[in-house]
Design a protein around this ligand. Structure first.
Ligand SMILES: *Cc1c(COP(=O)(O)O)cnc(C)c1O
Length: 490
């Protein structure tokens, strides 16, 4: 049996996490390279194939038809408007795809020596610098594969920092409007999650934070603008309060599309921030990945970041694994490199002025669409007098049980994508609409009139048996997620 299997794969993740400096459950890169070069087996014997793989015999045309059919069942922003709130389903420029598909990218291997990866490392180094500039942070680690993993890295850094300072703080404050990954990340890192209620305007008030703050407060996770599309106007005061109690501020950057070039989490008092490159920086996502959730920090936390960090020494770039207080590794190799490359191309294409225009247009689009909606059918649940940022959350007031779900299915019937539904949790029958900057005025007009038309076609409290036109009808959503049989056999 290979030695590292014992050390890295047999231990439960949580044991690993409690071992300082060894969060990662993957062997260090230099170890893998050493094993490889000695021709050692990397996989445990029991997972090795015993015989020939039984592949089906099919003609090229059969295969082509199969994938063509699947692609036609798919829906993407290239098929139509896709205003899936919180997910920022913007157009992903083709030039990024073109560059990411170049052989120089495709054929690069994560275990190549750094000297042979100078071009890519230069790009990743510049990307981390640009992200730091955009967010007002000091340094970035690019490895986390999603926003959720960036959050997890962030709370682990908070935990490690506080432990090293000998502070017994074990509570993380999370607003009730937060994305579910926030409390999940905090809980996975061993914190107790303390819920902070939003006020009638849908905002977290400094007063509400003060009410739950204590010497146990390790930090607070905050999304700005929040999941109601509203700017947290008391964020400065909240940061001061949390810092005053010795806690740290974590910025959930999933909604950064609203702030690009206008406001920076670093200036709002946040210590740690993640960005969702697959959302804000136009890399393809949906169906679970791959994504990238780089995590950035102020100077105080620079030595806690997950490794490797891309550094520049003279004219050379290198991957640095030797970072003093690092929480360890979170991901094989140095992240989802093709996603990082696409995001880099997007930022370089647009430049500071272009990014500024992105946020202006995304905010304009959301407010314009909201204005066109029949408010009798689609009302704002919170802060009716506040301007929205990049997304608008309306409540379906149809007196129709399960209204949001039915409106969503009726939209699918019309050949467009539905908004996010039933999130955030503090809005009943929520439709969370994020059109992004990619849509034209005509397409926003069409979407709003479709929604209004659906509302006016409710008869006797029902929309009938929707959807009627989709290739897959009503799915059993409980069955899809519940009788899960998960077995780990190692
Ligand atoms: C998408 C999202 C996340 C999680 O990001 P993933 O990249 O999906 O892991 C966290 N918070 C908010 C507000 C989000 O919209």
């Amino acid at each position: 049996m290979v030695k590292f299997r014992q050390a890295y794969w047999d231990e439960p993740l949580l044991t690993e996490m409690s071992m300082p400096g060894r969060v990662g459950y993957l062997p260090p890169r230099d170890k893998v390279i050493a094993m490889w070069s000695k021709g050692k087996r990397l996989l445990p014997k029991e997972v090795e194939r015993e015989g020939e793989l039984k592949l089906p015999e099919l003609s090229e045309l059969q295969v082509l038809r199969h994938f063509n059919r699947l692609s036609q069942m798919n829906f993407s922003v290239e098929s139509g408007i896709y205003p899936l709130g919180s997910c920022t389903m913007k157009y992903n420029p083709k030039v990024s795809e073109y560059i990411a598909a170049s052989p120089r990218m495709r054929e690069a291997h994560p275990f190549q020596p750094d000297e042979t990866l100078q071009g890519l490392l230069a790009i990743f180094y510049e990307l981390s610098q640009m992200l730091a500039e955009i967010t007002g942070m000091h340094a970035f680690s690019l490895t986390s594969a999603a926003g959720a993993q960036g959050e997890f890295a962030g709370v682990l850094m908070i935990r490690k920092y506080l432990r090293e300072k000998g502070l017994a703080k074990d509570e993380i404050l999370v607003p009730d409007s937060a994305h579910g990954t926030n409390p999940a990340s905090a809980a996975m890192a061993g914190f107790k999650v303390v819920k902070v209620g939003s006020n009638a305007s849908g905002l977290v008030s400094a007063q509400a934070v003060r009410a739950v703050l204590s010497e146990r407060t390790a930090g607070m996770m905050l999304t700005v603008p929040n999941t109601l599309g509203l700017f947290e106007s008391e964020v400065g005061e909240i940061s001061d309060l949390v810092h005053g109690a010795g806690g740290l501020m974590y910025y959930d950057g999933a909604n950064m599309n609203a702030l690009l070039g206008k406001a920076r989490p670093g200036d709002m008092g946040f210590d740690i921030a993640h960005l969702n490159l697959h959302k804000t920086f136009a890399t393809p996502h949906g169906g679970g990945g791959p994504g990238a959730g780089p995590v950035g920090v102020t100077k105080r936390f620079a030595e806690y970041l997950p490794v490797p960090l891309v550094r520049k020494q003279g004219k050379r770039y290198l991957l640095d694994y030797d970072v003093k207080h690092t929480i360890g590794r979170l991901k094989g190799s140095f992240g989802n490199s093709a996603v990082l490359l696409r995001a880099y191309v997007y930022i370089r294409l647009l430049g500071p002025e272009g990014l500024y225009n992105v946020s202006s247009l995304s905010v304009l689009a959301a407010n314009y669409l909201l204005k066109l909606l029949n408010n009798e059918g689609y009302g704002l649940a919170h802060g009716k007098d506040l301007k929205r940022k990049h997304e608008a959350i309306v409540s379906v007031k149809s007196r129709m049980p399960g209204g949001a779900m039915k409106v969503a299915k009726a939209l699918l019937d019309s050949g467009v994508h539905s908004p996010t539904i039933y999130f955030p949790l503090i809005v009943d029958e929520a439709l969370m609409i994020e059109p992004t900057e990619s849509e034209t005025m005509e397409s926003l007009n069409e979407y709003a009139s479709l929604l209004n038309q659906i509302y006016s076609s409710i008869e006797g409290g029902t929309l009938g048996d929707v959807p009627r036109n989709t290739s897959v009808g009503r799915i059993d959503e409980v069955k899809a997620s519940h009788p899960l049989t998960l077995k780990v056999r190692w």
